[in-house]
Design a protein around this ligand. Sequence first.
Ligand code: 6PG
Length: 227
Amino acid sequence: MSRRAAETFLEAAERNIRGKGRFTVALSGGKTPEMFYELLGAEYADKIEWSKVHVFWGDERCVPPESPESNYNMAARALLSKIKIPDKNIHRIKGEDEPTSAAIAYEEELRAHFGLKAGEPPAFDLVLLGLGKDGHTLSIFPATKTGFEEEERLVIDTYVEKKKARRVTMTLKTVNSASIALFLVSGKEKAGILREVLRGTEEACPARMVRPGKLIWLVDKDAASRL
Ligand code: 6PG
C-alpha cells in the first residue's frame, strides 16, 4: 500500500511539475501514512524535484510542532528531514497558536499560495487522507458535524469532543476542489468502517462526503477484508 501510494505521489508530482512547474500536496496525519512517508524519504528523495513541491497539511492537532501528537512532527521526522525541500515550501499549520487565529492564518496562506479570489477554493494537485473508525477524515467528525456545511471557509478550527482536543482542519469545500484525493486505509480495525463508507448509505459520514476530481482508495488486505 505504501509503495502504491509512493508511486501515485511520484506520478502526480512529475505530471504537475512538468505541466505547470510545481506540485502542491496536502499531507494527512495519524499513524497510517508514516510508512509511506518514510518510503518517500528513503527511496524517492532523489526521484522528485522537491524544490518544486509545496507541502501543506489537511489538518493539525493544536499542539506545538515538537509534540509527538503533531502531524507536522511525524512528517518532518519521516520525510521532510530526509529530502532537499526549501523551508519556504513547507506550509505548516501553527498548532501552537490559538486555534481560531491559526485557522484564519492558514486560510490566508492558502489564498496567497494559490492566488485565490474571494470565495474561490484552492485546487490542490493531491490531498492525502486517512479514515477514522467512526468515518471521520481530516478533523471532520460525524458527531460534531463541524465542517459538514461550511460553504465559505477553507480552513476552520473545531473542538473534537471524543478526543477532548481542538484541531485545525481544511473543510470539505477545500478537499473537494482538489484534483485528486487519496485515502490510505490499513488494518483490520478499519474493515467495518471501510465497508460502510464504500457500500453503506450513511450520509452523515465525512469520508463519504469527499468528492474531489478523482478519488483513489489505497487499502491493505486487512482493511479490505469485509468488502
Ligand atoms: C489526524 C488525521 C485523522 C486520521 C484518522 C486515521 O490528524 O489524526 O487527520 O483524520 O487520518 O484518524 O488515523 P490513523 O491513521 O492513526 O488510524
